[in-house]
Design a protein around this ligand. Structure first.
Ligand SMILES: [Zn+2]
Length: 414
């Protein structure tokens, strides 16, 4: 076991009941020859008095809950007055040692918090507090220099479409480091401003690329605060808008056909997912069905064709040719008599400069990063149905995706 300077292990006692071990108590006493230190500045200070004995939960030894027992002393610090001495294994008022908090926090990344609590015979609350401590330490010590590109996105959370059910996330999407930088409730201008404030003016002014959705509040804040950065609309978001439009056309048409005859409606059945995939990715029976559909004169077929044509857009190298293609595509979509597709065309025209920035930033931003990080967030939020509060989920997200620095551990158990 690690030695703490200024303290000695005095006694280890195993408590049991009817021959079965229940818990271990490790009594610690101060080292006689070493001066106590102030709990705030850690400088040696004069003694004042002694407080009653406290217990701290330590990492279980041989599966038996283990506690440190120690009576903290108070010191008279020249600067801070009468305060509790510096106790190296204690993280403030928490009844858990730093080693145990680290131990629980590390496990909480592999197991759910409930499973972690059950495995190490402690409470969900203790796991929560441990992760919170771990994350706070990481956030205080993280390095934000060198952030050149960020991605901003909104994520739906929980049930319903109330404003509170959305989160705004800011990622770093540089090739060298991809991580969650910030998460906040709602998706308004105020939310994003709060997030950028946390990153600090130096980081915001140093940004070279910002990648977002077409969500208006974000566009406005970015234009104002990070005007020097190249603002790129993410490919993944545009594709998903197109897919949604195709799906809307399919659903509307399906309803219309069903009103006439069941047989006609059969043609659109089980086609939701094949329609959203790229043509080359559709195989087997779905492919046959898709081919029949495309041969028909149905609106869904035309919508799908428009969506599929748009994928050529991303292959251009030159901004000028890409712009020409975009104009041609929007022209076709406007004349398609399909309202959802017309809506997408209008949206693309309105954001044309930002969409074309994708070609100006080519090679610097890879398109799937934001999407990939979003998927990871979903994994965490889904695994954590126990997170009833935003605060708990926020901590879990930083813990899993923030790549935070970790406290130098005194004991490493996992
Ligand atoms: Zn002090």
């Amino acid at each position: 076991m690690q030695r703490f300077v200024g303290f000695v292990y005095q006694q280890v006692r195993l408590h049991g009941c009817q021959g079965r071990p229940q818990y271990i108590e490790i009594t610690i006493r101060p080292h006689g020859g070493i001066r106590r230190r102030c709990g705030r500045c850690q400088r040696p200070a004069a003694g004042y008095d002694c407080l009653p004995e406290r217990r701290w939960l330590f990492v279980p030894l041989w599966g038996i809950p283990t506690y440190f027992c120690y009576a903290p002393r108070r010191v008279q610090c020249a600067e801070h007055g009468v305060v509790v001495e510096h106790i190296p294994w204690s993280g403030g008022k928490r009844p858990v040692t730093c080693a145990m908090m680290e131990f629980l926090a590390r496990w909480a990344r592999r197991l759910s918090w409930r499973e972690t609590a059950r495995s190490f015979q402690t409470s969900w609350e203790a796991v929560y507090r441990s992760v919170e401590w771990f994350v706070q330490w990481g956030l205080e010590h993280r390095e934000l220099g060198g952030v050149a590109s960020i991605g901003i996105d909104e994520i739906h959370w929980g049930r319903g479409l109330r404003a509170d059910n959305f989160l705004t996330v800011i990622y770093q999407i540089d090739a060298s480091c991809r991580r969650l930088l910030w998460v906040g409730r709602r998706r308004s201008q105020a939310t994003l401003r709060r997030g950028l404030k946390v990153l600090g003016p130096e980081v915001v002014k140093g940004l070279r690329f910002v990648c977002t959705d077409m969500w208006k509040p974000y566009l406005q804040v970015i234009a104002k605060q990070a005007g020097q950065a190249l603002h790129v609309l993410d490919r993944f978001h545009i594709t998903s808008h197109l897919n949604q439009a195709v799906d809307q056309v399919r659903r509307a048409e399906s309803t219309r056909l069903r009103a006439n005859s069941q047989k006609a409606a059969q043609r659109l059945k089980h086609l939701r997912w094949p329609l959203l995939r790229r043509r080359s990715r559709v195989r087997g029976r779905a492919r046959q069905k898709l081919q029949t559909l495309l041969a028909s004169k149905l609106a869904t077929a035309r919508a799908w064709d428009l969506k599929e044509t748009f994928s050529h857009f991303w292959r251009y190298k030159s901004v000028i040719w890409a712009a020409a293609f975009l104009h041609y595509w929007c022209f076709r979509a406007q004349r398609s008599r399909l309202d959802p597709m017309k809506k997408v065309a209008r949206m693309l025209r309105a954001h044309e400069p930002l969409i074309l920035n994708w070609f100006r930033a080519k090679g610097e931003i890879s398109s799937g990063v934001v999407e990939g990080l979003n998927n990871k967030i979903r994994v965490v939020t889904r695994r954590s149905y126990g997170f009833r509060t935003f605060e708990a989920m926020e901590i879990a997200l930083y813990h899993n995706l923030g790549r935070l620095p970790e406290p130098k551990s005194s004991h490493r158990f996992c």
